[in-house]
Design a protein around this ligand. Sequence first.
Ligand SMILES: Nc1ncnc2c1ncn2[C@@H]1O[C@H](COP(=O)(O)OP(=O)(O)OP(=O)(O)O)[C@@H](O)[C@H]1O
Length: 232
Amino acid sequence: MSNTGRSTVPLLAARDLVKAHGRTEALRGASVELRAGEILAVTGASGSGKSTLLHCLAGIVRPDTGSVTYGGERLDQLPEQRLSELRRTEFGVVFQFGQLIPELTALDNVALPLLLAGARRQEAQAKAGEWLERFGVRGQEELRPGEMSGGQAQRAALARALVTGPKIVFADEPTGALDSLASEQVMTALTHTARESGTAVLLITHDAQVAAYADREVRLADGAVTPLEVAA
Ligand SMILES: Nc1ncnc2c1ncn2[C@@H]1O[C@H](COP(=O)(O)OP(=O)(O)OP(=O)(O)O)[C@@H](O)[C@H]1O
């Protein structure tokens, strides 16, 4: 491990994760660590278990065996209520197709996590506007996701993932549906903002150009992390 001055105590650590979907063993003993503020790319072939790993790390799915530790808490053993509180307050997620709510404007989509956290409408909308601006989605606040380009919608989805000031953003192929220019804009916005706010990012991608934005890369093959893991 290199001595970069960054804390070496992992913020999130998975050990020996095993997870089957029916008869398919998606994870077969995967271990990975994410440090505070670090941008980690998880790469691997289609079907190697990347999304399943992300779901286990984000507390969306429980592993069959193995452990996931976040800030001293065993995520895999937490009651559902505490897990959903953590997901709401400390984690942000963004998927390949953004998953913005189609009926809401960009502004209301980004304001939503703040409203769920108890913010007043006016305050939530003002903050959402600032975050859309940070992600270069200017003048499109009142558009619905279907009226935006794929890149704009993804940047709005990133603003929504980051607006609550999470410790970790989980991004599953966030550029998977974009052309290379939009992809570059999304990755620049994500990595710039994450570095600025000290947010760690777990980034799943099959694209080497996207993985190059990360501080470090690990590769999944057949449900396990290969020894490629070295500090950048
Ligand atoms: N809900 C599910 N039900 C059944 N099998 C599943 C389910 N989710 C994943 N799998 C299987 O588990 C294995 C790992 O899937 P996973 O989506 O984690 O891989 P991945 O590396 O993210 O793939 P991709 O890059 O294609 O998205 C695959 O064989 C997949 O078909």
